[in-house]
Design a protein around this ligand. Structure first.
Ligand SMILES: Nc1ncnc2c1ncn2[C@@H]1O[C@H](COP(=O)(O)OP(=O)(O)OP(=O)(O)O)[C@@H](O)[C@H]1O
Length: 992
């Protein structure tokens, strides 16, 4: 029964055991047992893992010439040396025992398939080497399967190859699982690749083969999906064997020189298993058992046969090429483009080689020297394949309940993440503040040291002149200049420390000078007091003396006045007397004792009078003497007084003089000190005395020099200050930028990757606050139009499913969205319902911003579109491979560049098959962080490739396989809004 490929709603990959998840391809070399051993040139080592082969150069020459069509004989040189080659694999065997071979080398893959892993068994080798023998069994088995009703005897079963044995194992195991309650559904498919065409070997005859031609599609979640392929539900051993029977009957075989039933096509027997576990978890796995067509020398003259052989060789060559690319990438541990798309076979096997699959490669080889070259090629191929590492994961499909549960979980997780983001933000700003505190503490500590150092320098400068000091300043200036160039935080901190130390030095000097001025003022006061003290006393004493003298003088004067009054009275009396006869002679007034006696004796009044007169005369004489005496004393006192006044005046003048000088000196000092905040005077230095200060103050030259230097220093400081300020500004701007970046990274980190972020958004309906998005600088650019790119690259025929659609698109022009509103919804068949439900969420804006970021490089990539042309493929040849002979032998005498045979043209590829358009939700399960991802943007005719982790654009040459995501490493994502809105198409490459 033919069933359509079911698109499952939600698939997740779970590596069950991390140590198992990365596994190299297992390579087993099986030599044909019944092969003739002409010369003992091939030796399987005892360890069962390695083989040596003696290469016969003569033979090689002859073989090369022979299959190049030379009929002439080859001269064999007996002296030619035989080279021995050594190869090691997981196993090398020549045992015929099929059971042993299956259980030793293939059963593991079947068990892994049952456990939920994708699994592949691949048989490779030249024609007649034993591939079909290994996969199915010998001719008898094959014919028996073709005829049988599958009730074979034990004996017959012993000869079965891997495929029937695997079927047996699967049913044995599934029956056990069924008993445990595990439900399962097994579907069988059988494909054939013949002449680069895919044929479904289970499809019923009579059907329109052209319309039902299987199409290979690729889904990042589901892996390789083959559309239009019969997936036969098989519920029993018999049913599945019938499928095998049918396939074998349809297989293209013919008789060749080396094999009577040579397979002329690659066959892929595919089993898809859906298991529903007891907890309702649905697990999907696939087993591919591939029997490749054997490579063959081009010998036939038959045209069809030649073409057939070429096609076989071409696809095998592509396979070898892919393996070489993969192994080289593995060697160098880098991502490399692998040309899976170059053949149908490699496209189908993409998952098996380096992808999510447990793969065993069985390389069939022959002992016979006749096939030595083929054997060596097979051994080389096996050696390369051994390096390939696959990534295993179990595919789980969630039920609705499980999904709801997960949505709930995601919602919680989302909330937690948002909280975490805010906390981180908070912590970040706190950290910043703490750092500043720490810096300022360091500054304080170091500035104290610097001041000490400066003071020390200053002392030296005062002693030795200022040259040293200036020099040291210049040095600091130089240093500052150098440091300000950088934006290193430590350098800035150092500069800032210096600045702070200068500021502190200014402050301390200013404080010190103020202190000094106060101190000097006190001293001046004291000096004034000291100077005032003796002069006051002296003046007081003098004044007291003067007062004393004055009072004495006053007394004496009063006495004199009295005496004078008496004298005047006397004179008056005398005048009166002189007018009397008695006074006619002056001498008469001289009273003699005789006169006096006479007068006394005379009773005459005249006599009395006369006596009185004489008495008066005596009195006057006495007064006159006193007056003279007084006058003498007065003049003496006057002189003394005069002297005192002079002394007083002299003292007061002296005092006045001293005060003026002192004040002048003090004022000068104060002025000097106030200007010399930054003076180099060590004011605390006791050894520095006033004399020096005065000398300096009055030394104009020195003062000028001093002031000049001071000004220079101040200028220098200001300059440094400006530089430091600038650097700090730069630094803080940078810090802010880092801060934003850091926050953005934090968001990205916390949401694991973009896809998870997207998924969280879509699954949980939680919208990250707009302000957070804006705060983080991830603002969308609504206005920016991004035209649909794919439409301009795609061949026009592929743009619509109907003629009407095509016309619509044609009217809209190439820039209209192929995947936009005008897009025939049928293209999105499975995705429509999903797309239409979507709304624009911040995550979409995020997506847009990525796209707009990438679009800015579109200019650079204008030229790169030219590289998307077919030149790369057309010019390619098999030069990557180690030995030219391989390409020759596998491909006949025609190399790629000869143009006789080319791989399918890219355009053909597009035309042949629909392009896989995958919903973003299909790739939400990537485990890789966003930083590793690249986002590409296709904008009209440009293909840009933008790596989030680097600032510069990464321009890559891309071919169609990259763009359309058919190979495993790349896939297309269409933003949900693209259908509804602006024709935006985002393409991400998901390199591992
Ligand atoms: N290991 C083996 N032991 C014994 N006989 C073998 C072995 N391998 C192959 N043979 C025999 O060799 C012949 C060719 O084998 P087979 O058809 O499997 O080769 P092939 O690699 O599939 O060739 P082709 O690529 O042409 O199909 C058969 O007769 C087969 O029985």
């Amino acid at each position: 029964m033919q069933t359509e490929t079911k698109l499952l709603p939600f698939i997740d990959f779970h590596p069950i055991n991390c140590s198992d998840s990365n596994e190299k391809i297992k390579v087993v070399v099986r030599f044909r047992t019944n092969d003739s051993k002409d010369i003992d040139s091939i030796q399987i080592k005892e360890d069962g893992k390695s083989v040596t082969i003696k290469r016969n150069e003569n033979l090689r020459k002859s073989q090369t010439l022979t299959h190049r069509g030379s009929i002439r004989g080859v001269s064999i040189d007996p002296n030619i040396q035989q080279k021995t080659k050594f190869f090691t694999y997981d196993a090398v065997t020549d045992k015929e025992d099929q059971k042993f071979f299956y259980e030793s080398y293939a059963k593991d893959n079947v068990i892994a398939f049952l456990k939920g892993y994708n699994s592949t068994i691949l048989a490779y080798g030249s024609t007649g080497s034993g591939k079909t023998f290994t996969i199915v069994g010998d001719e008898s088995i094959e014919s028996k399967i073709l005829k049988s009703n599958f009730q074979d005897s034990f004996e017959q079963k012993e000869k079965y190859g891997i495929l029937p044995r695997s079927i047996q194992t699967i049913y044995d195991e599934l029956e056990k699982a069924h008993e445990k309650g595990i439900k399962y559904q097994l579907r069988c498919s059988y494909l054939e690749v013949y002449n680069e065409e895919l044929t479904d070997m289970l499809s019923r005859s009579g059907q329109n083969q052209a319309s039902k031609k299987p199409i290979i599609q690729e889904c990042p979640k589901k892996g390789i999906v083959i559309q239009n392929m019969v997936e036969e539900p098989v519920n029993s051993y018999k049913e599945i064997m019938k499928c095998l029977q049918k396939g074998l009957a349809n297989r293209k075989v013919c008789i060749t020189q080396d094999n009577s039933r040579s397979s002329r096509s690659h066959t892929i027997f595919m089993l898809n298993l859906e298991q529903i576990q007891l907890d309702q978890t649905q697990i999907l796995s696939r087993l591919c058992i591939v029997d490749l067509a054997g490579s063959e020398k081009l010998q036939s003259n038959h045209k069809n046969r030649l073409q057939e052989t070429k096609n076989i060789n071409t696809s095998l060559l592509t396979l070898a090429k892919c393996i070489t690319h993969l192994s080289k990438a593995q060697d160098k541990n880098e991502k490399k483009h692998v040309p899976f798309r170059e053949s149908k076979l490699t496209r189908i096997l993409k998952e098996s080689l380096g992808g999510n699959s447990k793969t065993t490669l069985i390389c069939a080889a022959r002992f016979s020297d006749r096939f030595q070259e083929e054997t060596i090629q097979t051994l080389r191929f096996a050696r390369e394949a051994k390096k390939i590492q696959n990534e295993l994961a179990v595919k789980i499909v969630y039920t609705e309940e499980q999904l709801l549960e997960q949505i709930q979980k995601l919602k919680q997780e989302n909330e937690m993440l948002i909280n975490q983001i805010f906390n981180l933000k908070k912590q970040y700003s706190q950290d910043q503040a703490n750092n500043l505190d720490l810096i300022s503490q360091n500054l304080t500590a170091t500035s104290a040291n610097t001041i000490e150092q400066i003071n020390k320098n200053n002392k030296d400068t005062l002693k030795n002149g200022q040259s040293n000091n200036l020099k040291s300043r210049n040095d600091i200036g130089q240093q500052s200049k150098q440091t300000s160039m950088g934006i290193d935080q430590s350098i800035l901190a150092k500069q800032y420390q210096e600045l702070m130390s200068y500021k502190m030095r200014y402050d301390s000097l200013k404080n010190s000078s103020e202190e000094q001025i106060m101190k000097l003022n006190k001293e001046i006061q004291f000096l004034n007091q000291q100077l005032a003290k003796p002069s006051d006393q002296m003046i007081q004493e003098i004044e007291q003396t003067i007062q004393k003298l004055s009072s004495k003088y006053y007394q004496q004067e009063q006495e004199i006045q009295q005496e004078k009054k008496i004298m005047r009275d006397v004179q008056k009396v005398l005048a009166e007397t002189q007018t009397s006869p008695m006074m006619k002679n002056q001498n008469d007034f001289q009273i003699s004792t005789e006169d006096e006696e006479a007068a006394r004796n005379s009773e005459d009044s005249t006599g009395c009078r006369y006596i009185e007169c004489i008495n008066n005369k005596l009195k006057i004489k006495k007064f006159e003497n006193l007056f003279v005496e007084f006058e003498k004393q007065y003049s003496k006192l006057y002189l003394e007084n005069q002297q005192s006044r002079n002394i007083l005046q002299e003292i007061s003048q002296r005092l006045k003089g001293i005060n003026v000088n002192d004040f002048n000196i003090l004022n000068e000092s104060q002025y000097q000190m106030s200007r010399d905040h930054d003076s180099l005077v060590d004011i605390d230095d006791k050894s520095y005395n006033d004399d020096q200060l005065f000398t300096k103050s009055y030394d104009e030259q020195q003062e000028e020099l001093f002031l000049n230097n001071l000004n220079k220093e101040i200028n220098e400081f200001e300059k440094q200050d400006r530089q430091i300020q600038e650097s700090i500004q730069q630094f803080s701007a940078k810090l802010n930028k880092f801060k934003v970046m850091n926050q953005r990274c934090a968001v990205e980190k916390n949401v694991n990757d973009f896809d998870s972020f997207y998924k969280i958004q879509t699954q949980s309906d939680t919208i990250i606050p707009l302000n957070l998005i804006e705060e983080l600088g991830i603002q969308s650019k609504h206005d920016e139009e991004i035209r649909s790119p794919i439409s301009s690259i795609l061949p026009f025929e592929n743009r619509g499913s109907s003629r009407r659609d095509k016309m619509k698109m044609y009217k809209n022009g190439l820039n209209s969205s192929y995947y936009g509103e005008k897009t025939p919804q049928s293209i999105f068949k499975p995705y429509n319902s999903y797309f239409n439900q979507q709304e624009i969420t911040p995550s979409n804006r995020l997506n847009q911003s990525y796209m707009s970021n990438s679009s800015k490089f579109s200019e650079v990539l204008d030229q790169n579109l030219a590289d998307i042309d077919l030149s790369r493929i057309e010019n390619s040849n098999y030069d990557d491979y180690e030995d030219d002979n391989i390409s020759e032998n596998l491909y006949g005498n025609h190399k790629y560049q000869n143009g006789n045979q080319k791989p399918p043209h890219q355009k053909q590829l597009f035309q042949e098959e629909n392009i896989d358009i995958l919903n973003m939700s299909d790739i939400t399960q990537t485990k890789r962080p966003l930083q590793k991802q690249k986002s590409m943007n296709l904008s009209h005719n440009n293909l840009s490739f933008y790596n989030e982790s680097s600032e510069s654009p990464q321009v890559s040459k891309l071919n169609s396989s990259d763009i359309f995501g058919i190979n495993r490493k790349h896939s297309i994502h269409i933003g949900r809004q693209s259908l509804k809105l602006k024709n935006r198409v985002a393409i991400s490459s998901k390199n591992q």
